[in-house]
Design a protein around this ligand. Structure first.
Ligand code: E4P
Length: 220
């Protein structure tokens, strides 16, 4: 199994930059992230889908299952790599059941317990997204939900994949990998921080200084 990294953003520049690093294989958006871009939703989703050679999650905003289903069908027509994000609730489960029968990929979002995630997986979700950071914020151990869900899904051979979401810092990514999350979706800032270490910066300066000293000798 390979840990996949998705980028948690709706910003085209961040996606373009992260894709050039060769490390991300998908994108997740949500209504808050899309609202920041001040762009037409469907046009933006299409643009992201054309750039990303992997799943792109786009969320419905309806709260009734039949409306979620209509929205999901429309979103799935935008591009073959659209994954429809459905909020975790009874209406969401009903929608996921229908959509999975139609072959539309779903990502059940706003999952805060292993029970919620299990139900989403049983309803036929392609992805289930426990929100680690938001659980940590209220004094729970968010990564425990990811770990429990991975175990439940693996124990029973359910096809759903667990996305560790609401990632706030690089250690969350390491912990997600330790508990065998299938995917971690990370904000661009966290991805940038993952590249950095002060000893790398010091090492580069030292190598270049040493190199320059020798070059000076040869130049004389
Ligand atoms: C996941 O798909 C969500 O878009 C995201 O991870 C939520 O993160 P936040 O808690 O930082 O808003």
């Amino acid at each position: 199994m390979v840990l996949q990294l998705f980028l948690d953003t709706a910003n085209i520049d961040e996606i373009r930059e992260a894709l050039s690093w060769g490390v991300i294989s998908g994108v997740t958006t949500n209504p808050s992230l899309v609202a920041k871009e001040k762009r037409d939703f469907k046009v933006l989703v299409k643009e992201i889908c054309d750039m990303v050679p992997g799943p792109v999650s786009a969320e419905v905003i309806s709260l009734k299952s039949d409306e979620m289903i209509s929205e999901a069908r429309a979103l799935s027509r935008i591009a073959p790599n659209v994954v429809v994000k459905i909020p975790m609730c009874v209406e969401g489960l009903k929608a996921v059941k229908v959509l999975s029968q139609e072959g539309i990929n779903t990502n059940v979002t706003l999952v805060f317990s292993a029970n919620q995630g299990l139900l989403a997986a049983l309803a036929g979700a392609t992805y289930v997204s426990p929100f680690v950071g938001r659980l940590d914020d209220v004094g729970n151990e968010g990564m425990d939900v990811v770990e429990d869900l991975v175990i439940l899904i693996e124990n029973y051979g359910l096809p759903a994949k667990v996305i560790a979401a609401s990632i706030r810092h690089p250690m969350h990514v390491i912990e997600a990998a330790r508990v065998c999350a299938h995917v971690a979706t990370v904000p661009f800032k966290v991805l940038e921080n993952m590249t950095r270490h002060p000893l790398t910066d010091i090492g580069i300066v030292r190598f270049l200084d040493d190199w320059a000293k020798v070059q000076d000798t040869f130049d004389k």
